[in-house]
Design a protein around this ligand. Structure first.
Ligand SMILES: [Fe+2]
Length: 226
């Protein structure tokens, strides 16, 4: 079983007029973040994509915009995607991803062997008694890292996959939609010496709608190309 599938969706998920706006928010050099979560997805994502996914029972929860201007390389931590759900950290099974700029992006999945998953602290916001609008609870969506229990006195380098076994690797074609598995530990490596920067988009869904990889494949079957 593969950890990704190409999807029959448009080459660019963003409304054209808003793509430039997102790009302009990425300041070269000192951009404060490599990734930003957007909970006002319907403002940015093309209506036909919103509608197609809603018809399949998958309303968009939020999207993440990855990348920076003038970035030549980037490497994510080895991680799984998680959200705080029913009072505990829970793995998110899938995302729909695009790389919109040319470059070499490699998405790799690993068997982490003896490394153990480590959850972040419970989000403070969930301890509040007042009701917070969902779009403001960005801390509920984050990543789970992997710890080497033999290293007791210092933190493991979270980029290091040398003790892991590669399960599968995808070299992402830009302007192509992929269903990717996010509950299996993964790392994304981006390299480009001559591009002017990277923009990647990742659409995410509620665990209420899709909670396992098998369910994701069933629901998105009408869009799966291979
Ligand atoms: Fe991830």
């Amino acid at each position: 079983m593969s950890f990704y599938h190409k999807l029959n969706l448009p080459a660019d998920p963003l409304k054209p007029e808003l793509k430039n706006q997102l790009w302009d928010l990425k300041k070269p050099g000192y951009s404060p973040r490599y990734s930003t979560q957007h909970f006002d997805a319907k403002q940015y994502i093309r209506q036909d994509i919103v509608d197609t996914l809603e018809k399949l029972g998958l309303p968009i929860k939020y999207f993440v915009d990855f990348g920076k201007k003038d970035v030549e390389s980037a490497r994510s931590f080895l991680h799984s995607d998680i959200c705080y759900y029913n009072q505990k950290w829970t793995k998110i099974p899938m995302a729909i991803n695009w790389d919109l700029t040319p470059g070499d992006t490699q998405f790799s999945w690993y068997d982490v062997g003896n490394l153990v998953p480590t959850d972040p602290p419970e989000p403070e916001i969930n301890k509040l008694s007042v009701t917070i609008p969902q779009q403001h609870i960005t801390k509920n969506f984050t990543i789970q890292l992997y710890k080497d229990t033999s290293e007791t006195d210092y933190d493991r380098n979270n980029y290091d996959v040398s003790s892991c076994r590669l399960l599968e690797s995808l070299r992402i074609e830009h302007s192509t939609a992929y269903l990717v598995r996010t509950d299996v530990p993964h790392q994304i490596i981006y390299r480009s010496e001559n591009a002017t920067g990277r923009m990647g988009i990742s659409i995410r869904f509620d665990l209420d709608k899709v909670s396992t990889w098998d369910q994701a494949i069933d629901m998105l079957q009408p869009l799966i190309v291979n």
